[in-house]
Structure formats: C-alpha cells, structure tokens
Design a protein around this ligand. Structure first.
Ligand SMILES: [Zn+2]
Length: 330
C-alpha cells in the first residue's frame, strides 16, 4: 500500500486511550457479574487456519512481482478465483480499462458474495496487485500478499459456516491499488493509485448502490512478524472502536495498540468520500520496532518477514468483530 505517515501526539494518545474504553461493553450496573460475564464471554478464536492463510501468501510470492496488467497478476487472479470457487462461492470479475502512466491497462477486481437476509452489505477487502519496480524484484509478501491471504481464509471460514446472516458479505480483491509512478501522487494529478477501489465506488454510484454498503473493512500490510496496527485516524470511528475493542477483548493489545496513526490515503478513501463508513486495518511499521518501515516497498518485503500467527490474529479479530459491527448498523 499506500501513502504516509505517523501522528503520535501525546495528547492524542491519551485521548484515544480514553476513547478506547468506550469500545468495551457498557457497565452492567447491578447485574450479577458472573452471569453477565458468561453471557458476554468473547469467543477467543475462530476456525481461521493460520497455515492456510500463510500458504496463500506463499503462493502469491511464488507467482513473482504482480503489478496490474502483468502476466503474474493473471495467475494470481486465477488462483483467487479457483480458491473462492472451492469454498462454494461464485466469484465475479469487475473489469475495466483505464489510462495510466504505462498507457491503457486492463484492471480486474475480484468479488465474491455471501447473500444475507437483507441487501445491506459489509465489504471486507484487500488489494492483490503489487507495486511495480524496475530496479529490483518486488514480491510484496506483506504489501498485497498478506491481506489477500487473510481475505481468502476469511471467505473460506464464512462460507463454511452455514449460519444465516442478516447482512450480505462481499469479499473484494482490488486490482491496481499501487501507483505506477514512483510516488503515490506523482502522476495523473494524484489519480495514479487506487484504480480498483475508485472504479468500484464509481460503479456503485452509477448503479445507485452506495446506500446498500453499510461498512467497508480494508486490510493492508497485515502479516508482519512484528505486528503493530495502531488506530487509523482517517477511518470511521465506530468501525475502529468495534475492531480495536475486539482486539482488546481477545488480548491482542500489543498487535492492536490504541495509539493513533494516519495513513493519508488507501483503498478505503474512495468509500469514505462516497459517504460509506470504512476502516483501514494497516501495519505501516513494517521493520524493526515502532515507526520503522524499512521493508516497505523494498526487495526485503519477503516471505520470511511474515508470520502465520500474525495472519491468524488479524483474521480472528476481523471475524469476531463482525457481530459488533452488525449490531452498530442501523
Ligand atoms: Zn504498497
């Protein structure tokens, strides 16, 4: 992914630490503690399989650099489609051609849907392209690979449990998130990025479907062994509270710290601009420790930096936050 950068004002940290408490369950007053605790006891894990998710990341890395329009991204797309079909889903392709700094490129978003009792839809998403670099071989194990592996495994888990859901779920794999030019906003008046998500939102608008989308969850760079996903500040606060609150309940406060961070731009932004609630779950500290991003967009973004356990933590947190998110949708 994406754009930039950290905001870590001490006051803001304090503010978020306080707000964080509001994500927990309300005080139960006189309700007997044991009874209430039993009712509210969070499910600690899910059937999300860390090794399956990791195998998906490896498969993508094995296809090599997967820039939009490349032969390797075709193979990746075929892999996604085949996997989704094997879960009993019916993936569709949202194809479009757009002018880029490389000339016209054909992009294809991949979408799979689990219909719910209502048309109201929750999107869970990732980009599956990798940034094109001529100077070195960029395989995007974390940036593109990790979130796509997790999204496949989330789709498998949700398709396997036959529970009837109130909301429709869409798993959307965006093409063309990365800029072709070196810098994010260097070309095409800042439009040389997020091709897939911008197109998807325009399509929703044309089809007058934006009201149908109740929430959009974006995963990006979420497989780092040293997983650190601060609260993303451009995101819709209620979605942040639901997801980070769930992480807290599961004991994953180290991986989902309550300090703030702002990414600036990513695939969630076209949705936010269209009035659709959206959240970016992103670990932009892809290196050695806090605020170290040394592996991002380098030849070092390789499989050895990825941990199956990190993939599972993110998968579990997302899956277990869905009931909270559903409860908050009017
Ligand atoms: Zn990137």
């Amino acid at each position: 992914m994406m754009f930039r950068s950290t905001a870590m004002l001490f006051a803001a940290v304090l503010l978020f630490a306080c707000q964080n408490n509001s994500a927990s369950k309300p005080s139960v007053g006189a309700t007997p503690a044991a009874t209430k605790a039993d009712i509210d006891k969070p499910q600690k894990t899910t059937s999300f399989d860390a090794q399956r998710a990791f195998a998906h990341v490896k498969a993508q890395v094995d296809f090599g650099p997967r820039a939009a329009g490349s032969a390797a991204i075709e193979k990746t797309r075929d892999y996604l489609v085949k996997e989704l079909k094997s879960y009993g889903l019916t993936p569709t392709l949202d194809e479009f051609i757009e002018m880029t700094p490389r000339g016209k490129v054909k992009f294809k978003n991949v979408i799979a849907e689990i219909p719910g009792e209502t048309a109201g839809t929750i999107i869970i998403s990732s980009h599956y392209d990798t940034k094109e670099f001529k100077e070195f071989r960029f395989v995007g194990a974390n940036d593109g690979g990790s979130s796509t592996g997790i999204l496949l495994e989330i789709a498998r888990v949700m398709a396997a449990d036959k529970q009837k859901r109130k909301f429709t779920y869409q798993f959307v794999f965006f093409d063309g998130e990365e800029a072709f030019c070196a810098e994010w906003s260097q070309c095409l008046n800042g439009k040389d990025n997020t091709y897939g998500s911008r197109h998807y939102v325009e399509k929703l608008k044309k089809e007058k479907q934006t009201d149908r989308i109740k929430a959009m969850i974006l995963l990006d760079m979420v497989g780092d062994k040293d997983l650190t996903i601060p609260r993303e500040e451009t995101s819709s606060p209620w979605l942040v509270s639901a997801i980070w609150g769930t992480a807290q309940e599961l004991g994953h406060t180290k991986q989902f710290p309550s300090r703030p961070f702002s990414i600036g731009d990513d695939d969630h932004m076209p949705f936010l601009r269209a009035g659709i609630p959206a959240v970016d779950v992103i670990d932009f500290e892809y290196g050695n420790g806090p605020e170290d991003n040394r592996y991002w967009h380098t030849a070092e973004d390789t499989l050895d930096k990825i941990s199956p356990q990190s993939l599972k933590i993110v998968g579990d947190v997302i899956l277990l936050s869905l009931p909270k998110i559903e409860a908050l949708i009017r």
